[in-house]
Design a binder for this molecule. Structure first.
Ligand code: AMP
Length: 216
């Protein structure tokens, strides 16, 4: 199965992606995590990437595309397929992905679009906490860890993402509307797009997600 998750920042793509991974064993590629890992490594690419992320701007297409294409060549993506969260985010990226898949004679099965009002997305991002070690995502009200500020999975400290502050969030949303929403039409035309209302409890969204994916 090959799946793309679309939706504004804060729509819950990461949460659903993780649950899909647990249920199906599919490889989940989270572009933001790949980029944040590059930033943590502090190498040349990491330093460049960090300048975009902290401003809420998109990292150049060529760079993110080459990172994803390299990752897609790994065995886990070829065994059970893959789920992409945060890629593509521009028409250029979508076209590059189509080219890459055509070259390998593989096709996308589903593009899920999680729909959420801006004000809910913003409040979700403001309350979001992330594990500094394993990137597990929590929310102070909707999905808190068992022990305050400690990751349930690995016991490391939780922190707030540097770009989860009001100023950068509004920039990220503006970028989403300008650069990413054209993809809705792009995948609608390919008859792959399925909308899922995402302003609901996590498990209800997940049930609908599984139904759309045809997973039991
Ligand atoms: P996210 O964790 O998905 O909210 O992404 C965090 C940041 O990483 C974004 O605000 C961008 O700066 C960068 N980023 C993530 N995915 C992409 C992408 N496909 N293209 C360009 N930049 C990206």
């Amino acid at each position: 199965m090959r799946v793309i998750l679309l939706g504004a920042p804060g729509a819950g793509k990461g949460t659903q992606g993780k649950k899909i991974q647990e249920k199906t064993g599919i490889a989940v590629l989270v572009m933001g995590n790949i980029l944040r890992e590059a930033v943590r490594s502090n190498d040349k690419i990491g330093v460049e990437v960090s300048q975009y992320i902290t401003k809420g701007e998109l990292v150049p297409d060529q760079l993110v595309t080459s990172l994803i294409v390299t990752r897609l060549q790994q065995k886990d993506c070829q065994d059970k397929g893959f789920l992409l969260d945060g890629f593509p985010r521009t028409s250029e990226q979508a076209k590059s992905l189509d080219k890459e898949m055509a070259a390998r004679k593989i096709k996308l099965d589903h593009v899920l679009y999680y729909v959420i009002p801006d004000e809910i997305a913003i409040s979700r991002i403001i309350g979001r906490r992330i594990c500094s070690n394993c990137d597990t995502v929590y929310h102070l009200q909707n999905n808190p860890p068992a022990k305050e500020n400690i990751c349930d999975v690995c016991g490391s400290k939780l922190s707030q993402r540097e770009d989860d502050n009001p100023e950068v969030i509004s920039k990220r949303l503006a970028t989403y509307y300008a650069k990413t929403t054209p993809l809705l039409q792009y995948y609608e035309k390919q008859k792959l797009l399925r909308q899922i209302p995402a302003n609901r409890p996590i498990d209800l969204i997940f049930q609908e997600t599984l139904k759309v994916l045809g997973v039991r």
